[in-house]
Design a protein around this ligand. Structure first.
Ligand SMILES: *Cc1c(COP(=O)(O)O)cnc(C)c1O
Length: 485
């Protein structure tokens, strides 16, 4: 925090008569008279009266109270907090895109539809899928959509007894939640000590009640599922479909394709793998891809290329219906295509190997001080089970909080649930060697502090504007307006 002067709410600076703006001259005073009395504001709006420097300083200082990818290293495992190139923002903010209305006639938005169609095709070739819908708003929304596609597929074959989704015990919480929202039951499959699927357990749980098996590959501890061809064969032999949670697509980008591994349906988190900004609940996009034979069930509306080369919007009857308004989070889609095109085919193949190299470098540089429950090499991320020296009672939570004092965002903590003290680190490909080395040094310093000054580290964070918020209370009863205070 820069100065105590600026930690108030903007309303608390208000002094009658102070003003920080000047409106342009109204061109049409008469037209105001045409607004019916009933529609006019009856009371003066309660707005703060503040001068311009106060407003600018207030919001500029506020903006530095939070942590973002643009302010520092953000190794939040599973979330792929890569740098968001600013060219994406410039393209999405262009008025030819930002001022479109979704209800415009299709002949006035041919460029926008072509862009949409091109992203569909790009994701098909990256995922090895036949068709994509870009309508879902998030990864979890994509999971729900994908499971609805799978339900529609089984229903089209009059195979209505399939009400179960198999999910590994290492899965992201959205997997079982999406299955429940889709009206399906969840059956858990165990992981082997290295986090991969226990094949015998899977075999024993596959029967004709199973609609789908959901997998993340590489899984949540960064291990590639080597048995994926065997798993795909087992799942298909049981009449079920294989779903790919694409949140971990980053290490495979342009290198390997879920479609080639035998997956039938997948989602991609554009806000993770394709560098569109995320955090705080959005905005995002969770496009869903399907293999050939499942296209008909995708949600409406669909963007199609007509035989004459123009682009249109279609509403096939076979579809499962709508899962979102209009065509999804359009500007997020624009940013993802900008990212793909600015990298190009050759560079996109570098993303996965570099993300993997960075993760292994950090893992190898810290494993003497942090407990590595599953030996590497890992893919884009890895999980420590807390410090090796736990004798002073310093936990993963303490390490995470202490990192904030050193200017780093914390890794993901206490997920996956496979270990008690999970500390999940994903550096991504966009960090320099210098940043990784600084992070490694700080993590090593913290490990030494934990042994030598445990009381200090248990007080952390010591330097942040807010030190120990009540997370539960903040989530349950957020105070987001002045009046409620
Ligand atoms: C992030 C994530 C999801 C959910 O994606 P959202 O876009 O946050 O809804 C699902 N699975 C895994 C493995 C993830 O990391």
């Amino acid at each position: 925090m820069n100065s105590q002067l600026y930690d108030k709410l903007i309303f608390e600076y208000s002094k009658p008569g102070r003003q920080g703006f000047s409106l342009p001259k109204r061109e049409c005073l008469d037209c105001l008279d045409s607004i019916p009395q009933a529609l006019r504001r009856q009371k003066t709006l309660n707005l703060p009266e503040v001068d311009e420097p106060t407003v600018v300083r207030h919001y500029t200082n506020q903006s530095t109270n939070n942590f973002g990818v643009d302010t520092g290293f953000y190794p939040l495992g599973s979330c792929t907090m890569k740098y968001n190139p600013k060219i994406n923002e410039a393209v999405a903010a262009d008025t030819t895109i930002a001022s479109l209305h979704p209800a415009q006639p299709t002949d006035t938005v041919q460029g926008a539809l072509e862009l949409y169609w091109r992203l569909q095709r790009a994701l098909c070739s990256i995922g090895g899928m036949a068709e994509f819908t870009l309508n879902p708003f998030a990864g979890a929304h994509g999971e729900l959509t994908g499971l609805m596609v799978i339900r529609a597929y089984h229903a089209s074959r009059d195979d209505n007894g399939r009400q179960v989704v198999i999910v590994p015990d290492s899965a992201h919480g959205t997997n079982p939640a999406s299955a429940a929202v889709a009206g399906l039951q969840v059956r858990q499959v165990n992981s082997m000590p290295d986090g991969t699927v226990d094949l015998d357990d899977l075999r024993s749980k596959l029967d004709d009640s199973v609609a789908a098996v959901m997998l993340t590959n590489p899984n949540t501890i960064g291990m590639f599922e080597r048995n994926i061809p065997v798993i795909a064969e087992m799942v298909h032999a049981a009449g079920a479909l294989l779903y790919y949670d694409g949140a971990n697509l980053n290490p495979l980008l342009g290198v390997a394709r879920p479609g080639d591994m035998g997956f039938d349906v997948m989602h991609i988190n554009l806000h993770k793998t394709f560098s569109t900004p995320h955090g705080g609940g959005g905005p995002g996009a969770g496009p869903v891809g399907v293999r050939s034979g499942l296209e008909d069930f995708l949600p409406n509306p669909r963007v199609v290329k007509n035989n004459d080369g123009t682009f249109g919007i279609s509403y096939p009857d076979s579809s499962l219906g709508r899962i979102s308004g209009w065509l999804g989070n359009y500007t997020v889609l624009v940013k993802a295509l900008a990212y793909i095109l600015s990298l190009g085919k050759e560079n996109i193949r570098m993303v996965g190997p570099l993300a993997t190299l960075n993760a292994n470098y950090v893992m190898e540089s810290l494993r003497d001080l942090y407990l590595l429950p599953v030996d590497g090499p890992c893919k884009h991320e890895f999980v420590f089970d807390g410090l090796r020296d736990k004798s002073q009672g310093v936990t993963t939570l303490h390490v995470a909080k202490r990192l904030l004092d050193y200017g780093f965002h914390a890794p993901t903590i206490y997920f996956p649930l496979l270990f008690h003290e999970s500390l999940m680190i994903e550096p991504t490909e966009t960090e320099t060697l210098e940043t990784l080395d600084r992070f490694i040094k700080v993590m090593r310093d913290i490990a030494h502090e934990a042994s030598e000054q445990p009381e200090l580290i248990k007080q952390a964070p010591l330097t942040t504007p807010v030190r120990h918020p009540d997370d539960t209370e903040a989530a349950l009863h957020p105070k987001v307006t002045f009046d409620e205070l």
